[in-house]
Every structure is written in structure tokens, then in C-alpha cells.
Design a binder for this molecule. Structure first.
Ligand code: GDP
Ligand code: ZN
Length: 333
């Protein structure tokens, strides 16, 4: 569908309406703040946001419906916050704690907009079908590296392969565990291999990413058996009626750890970066960066290139250099 072009006048009218709405809710939040009694400020974590409404999980794991001050405009799912009780099951968020990491996506105007905070681990899902794109996998790994998140690779739909097929499939991804990205074969359909995966999720806040059709929704359903119940609790918590799973939602895993999910989170991509950042995003390149003969070496065919030497010595997998080069091409375009 072609995006409707708004005239300057329409745009400023809409902006005006939105500002008024924000102001009104801001006033409501300030009014709610007035009611803050002697109750001490408490820690909490945002598990979902609907417009100006937040669902905050308390340290004791109850859900509180919170408003927030207008100056905290970009509070998102996963944020650690300070809040104060204003009524039964209701509160006001007064501060957002510094984030460990933030995932963003460009909004309609091309500006990066945060969609989830404090994600510590990216779980890249691949499957024998659809045919994996190494290029996309490496792109996710670069994104994880630059955002300071761990990453692991889940080989889903293992039920489609016999033992030899699975060994061959694993072999394709053999370079990754050597550079610190674990490989975890699972079958969401048969619920096989979930325990080793859950062990990797235990101490982390994770998100699942990957091509469409690899089984991300199926895996989420398998990993969070009480997802419906958690969503039901959120509906009560938002004070807004039904909670929809299309907004970023933080789920608690029964065996420990958290998963943040939403279609927007799943389709997050590497943002605009430059060549130097791209190099830094290849963790197997890191020991060699700065050791090339030329300071701005492109690792193409320059003499005295530390990266090419590392590939020749078997310390960097040639496929990684290849995807690095295609990603550089992408930057140029
Ligand atoms: P998503 O687009 O990544 O969320 O993928 P879905 O979860 O929607 O799954 C895509 C298709 O793959 C569906 O038809 C699923 O039933 C199927 N699928 C998911 N996991 C498995 C699995 O472990 N084994 C098999 N054989 N099929 C699976
Ligand atoms: Zn070089």
C-alpha cells in the first residue's frame, strides 16, 4: 500500500493534537504523582507499554499499572524503572535506570526509535528450511556485538533431518562455536532439545530473531508454556482491556530468564553503521584490527594485511571474510 502523503498543514495539525494528548496524560500523571504518599520509591521492570500506559513488574513479581511523566518519553519494554504507588495496583514511574543495551528500529520518519531495552542475548534461529542466509546470520551477530549482547545460534526443525543430515547441517555452522557463538539444535515441533536451550536463556534477557518461517513463534510457544496466562495477567495490568502480543512484551521463563517478544522486536535489523563499526562487529577480526600495513586497509588484496594473513593461517574462516565483504558492499550502497 502506498504511504499517504500528508500535507505540511495536516502534519502540524496532527502534531498539535498529539502534543495536546501528551499534555493531558502528562497532567494526569502529575496529578497521580500528587497522590504519592509516604510510600518509598521502588524498583520495577517494564514488561509492556501501550501508549502512555506501562505494565511494571515489581520485585515481588506483581504487576502494577503505571503512568509516567512526560519527560520520560522513550520508556520501553525491558526498562528498569523507579516507581511509586498511587493507589491499589496503580503507580507512577518517576525515573528510568540507565540501559545496558537498547534495540531500535527506524520509525516512519527514519529516526531510530527504541523498541526494547536491556536485552542481553540475541538468539538467532536458523532451520534447514527456509534455506539459511549466512549473510543475514552475520548481520545479526554484528548487531549483537555492537550492542554489547551475547549471541547464540539455534538450529530449529532438527526433526526434518536424520543423524547424518543434522551432522552436515551443524558442520555448515562449525566456525561459529569456535568464535564464541554456541550452536543449539532443537525441534520446536517435537519439543526436542529445549532444556539445553533453556539453560542458555536462564540468566539472560533474550530475544529471538531470524528469517520468516524458521520457527520463531513455534519456539516461543514451546519455551513459554503459560504464555496465554502471562498475557491474561497483562490485560489486567494495563488497565486497558486486552493486551495484544503485537506490542513488545517481556515474558518470564519458568526455568529462569526472560524473553522479550513482538513482531517488531523479531524483525529488528542492523542499523546504519560505518566500516569501522562493521569490522568491530566481527569478533574474530578483533585481535587483528590495527595490525595491517596500511592504516585504512580494506582487507581486499593489500600487502601486509593482518586479516588476510589470519584467513591464510586458518584463524579466520574464509566465509566470514566473504560476508564481511558483502556487508561492506551494502554500506557503500
Ligand atoms: P516464524 O515465521 O519464524 O515465526 O515461524 P513459525 O513458528 O511460524 O513456523 C513456520 C513453519 O515452520 C510453521 O509451519 C511451523 O509449523 C513450522 N515449524 C516450526 N518449528 C518446527 C520444527 O521444529 N519442525 C518442523 N518440522 N516444523 C516446524
Ligand atoms: Zn587488512
Amino acid at each position: 500500500m502506498a504511504r499517504r502523503r500528508l500535507s505540511e498543514q495536516q502534519r502540524s495539525r496532527i502534531a498539535g493534537i498529539q502534543a495536546k494528548r501528551r499534555e493531558r496524560v502528562g497532567v494526569r500523571a502529575e496529578a497521580a504523582l500528587e497522590q504519592v504518599g509516604e510510600d518509598a520509591p521502588q524498583h520495577g521492570q517494564v514488561v509492556a507499554r501501550h501508549g502512555r500506559n506501562l505494565v511494571v513488574a515489581t520485585d515481588g513479581d506483581t504487576l502494577v499499572h503505571c503512568l509516567f511523566r512526560a519527560n520520560l518519553d522513550d520508556v520501553v519494554c525491558g526498562d528498569q524503572v523507579i516507581w511509586q504507588l498511587t493507589g491499589a495496583g496503580e503507580g507512577v514511574v518517576t525515573a528510568v535506570q540507565p540501559r545496558r543495551s537498547v534495540l531500535s528500529r527506524p520509525d516512519y520518519s527514519g529516526r531510530d526509535k527504541p523498541i526494547a531495552a536491556n536485552v542481553t542475548q540475541l538468539v538467532v534461529v536458523v532451520a534447514p528450511r527456509p534455506e539459511p542466509s549466512g549473510y543475514l546470520l552475520d548481520q545479526y551477530l554484528v548487531a549483537a556485538e555492537l550492542a554489547g549482547m551475547r549471541a547464540l545460534i539455534t538450529l530449529n526443525k532438527s526433526d526434518l533431518l536424520d543423524a547424518a543430515g543434522l551432522a552436515a547441517f551443524r558442520e555448515r555452522f562449525a566456525p561459529y562455536p569456535l568464535i564464541g557463538y554456541p550452536l543449539v539444535p532443537v525441534s520446536a515441533k517435537r519439543e526436542h532439545g529445549l532444556d539445553p536451550l533453556l539453560a542458555h536463556l536462564r540468566a539472560e534477557t533474550s530475544i529471538l530473531v531470524g528469517q520468516s518461517g524458521v520457527g520463531k513463534s513455534s519456539l516461543i510457544n514451546a519455551l513459554i508454556p503459560d504464555q496465554d496466562a502471562q498475557v491474561g495477567r497483562l490485560s489486567v495490568g494495563t488497565g486497558q482491556g486486552r493486551h495484544t502480543t503485537s506490542t513488545a512484551t517481556l515474558y518470564r521463563l519458568p526455568s529462569g530468564g526472560e524473553l522479550i517478544d513482538s513482531p517488531g522486536v523479531r524483525s529488528f535489523r542492523l542499523g546504519r553503521i560505518d566500516r569501522q563499526q562493521l569490522e568491530q562487529g566481527f569478533r574474530d577480526f578483533q585481535p587483528y584490527l590495527g595490525h595491517c600495513g596500511f592504516r585504512n586497509c580494506h582487507h581486499d588484496s593489500e600487502p601486509d594485511c593482518a586479516i588476510l594473513a589470519a584467513v591464510a593461517a586458518g584463524n579466520i574462516h574464509p566465509a566470514r571474510l566473504e560476508t564481511f565483504r558483502s556487508l561492506v558492499q551494502g554500506l557503500a550502497n
